[in-house]
Design a protein around this ligand. Sequence first.
Ligand code: UDX
Ligand code: UDX
Ligand code: ADP
Length: 480
Amino acid sequence: MVKICCIGAGYVGGPTMAVIALKCPSIEVAVVDISVSRITAWNSDQLPIYEPGLDDVVKQCRGKNLFFSTDVEKHVFEADIVFVSVNTPTKTQGLGAGKAADLTYWESAARMIADVSKSDKIVVEKSTVPVKTAEAIEKILTHNSKGIKFQILSNPEFLAEGTAIKDLFNPDRVLIGGRETPEGFTAVQTLKSVYAHWVPEERILTTNLWSAELSKLAANAFLAQRISSVNAMSALCEATGANIQQVAYSVGTDSRIGPKFLNASVGFGGSCFQKDILNLVYICECNGLPEVAEYWKQVIKINDYQKSRFVNRVVASMFNTVSNKKIAILGFAFKKDTGDTRETPAIDVCQGLLGDKANLSIFDPQVTEDQIQRDLSMNKFDWDHPIHLQPTSPTTVKKVSVVWDAYEATKDAHGICILTEWDEFKTLDYQKIYDNMQKPAFVFDGRNIVDADKLREIGFIVYSIGKQLDAWLKDMPAVA
Ligand code: UDX
Ligand code: UDX
Ligand code: ADP
């Protein structure tokens, strides 16, 4: 029986290994983590991450060929294939601070693998890392190997949160990069045979190590760039009276461009896009390519601009001050169908409004109060450290209350900001909400999910990203 061990039981490691276990009954899969609370949760009925379909998959295999454990060393020792899916935060200090990836967790995992191994192993890079990380890891492993042979592969994960199980069951492609040597080819084939249990062969792409590593950074950069492009257009639409949804539809029907991933929003979030682009920028700078670095930096600048543009719009519309006004925040997760808040645009929007002394009442169907308070008081980039290793213990933000119901959040509020596109926000009783709010009552729709005309009939003043402005909003221009 082939044995797989995955170091890191997070958003990537957990779901990916659960699907491998489900699709490959002949393989024993152990997912290990240094976080006792995370592993306890994986072994309970309350999994540590919310992901549609995940419970079902875990229930089918856990205890049969899928195990969650904190005994990292034992499972690495026993494994034939070791996936590494640990955190790769952005450095906050020293060389490359604010851009480069901090490979502390990766390096410590690699040293541990070298330490405990007594048999040859394939080590698979699963977390997104800078190009040429595999080379560094290879050096650590071979310099500490005591004669054991390691083959390093890069097998980046392309799943998106909220659709992780669907993406894993039916991936557009699986990418495996390895050394172009006979041993490297054999290792690639071994990993390929795992995925071949359920992924059609033509969708399993094999490349050299660097191409695989760079493809992941490039794919995320291209996706983020599409959103910054459509968000940049949304600002122009508001200024000219065009409608971003009509423009995006017209652009997307060109088969060379395609219709997906063209929704204007309050900004992209998530653990990957910004981090991977910052990484790309740093790599370009290190390779003497400042023009290329500048090009990609602009994707992040537009994303930051979109978030502050939204805050400015809210404040400007409400007579240039939200001081001591209650603002309801509907949605805090970085997208719907996940409880994940890493780099969510809601953090920047809330901090912007708090900067203007607003009182916030926040509701998200999947995010806990504890998480929201932690996010709003944490330093930039600190989120990407395992909870028990996070540098500061955050304090509660007093002007923030977190509630468990949209009607409670909006009661007596002056304005509503919709920051996550949860389906349930589309079907709220907006008449009831309006009746219980201060007047004039505002809705700022950062995801274009409500029917603005219907809300205007009720009496709301409505702002929708990239759409024609109400007379009210035109009279109160947001100054950048
Ligand atoms: C992304 C990539 O899609 C995935 O392939 C990679 O493995 C990890 O990073 P994820 O961050 O989970 O996945 O979600 P994604 O669906 O890509 O959304 C990222 C952000 O972009 C979200 O904040 C989302 O709301 C925003 N977005 C997405 C838009 O604003 N408009 C869109 O049209 C699409
Ligand atoms: C373009 C648009 O495609 C068309 O829809 C519009 O009506 C007019 O402008 P055109 O300029 O005729 O059409 O040719 P196109 O095929 O788009 O190529 C434009 C340039 O981009 C060419 O120099 C082409 O060589 C270059 N190109 C195109 C690339 O360098 N790489 C590519 O992948 C595609
Ligand atoms: P991702 O979204 O890439 O899956 P997460 O932050 O959700 O990232 O998961 C990474 C996991 O890796 C965390 O649960 C963390 O505790 C774990 N981890 C980090 N370093 C180590 C290590 N040296 N050994 C075992 N687990 C680790």
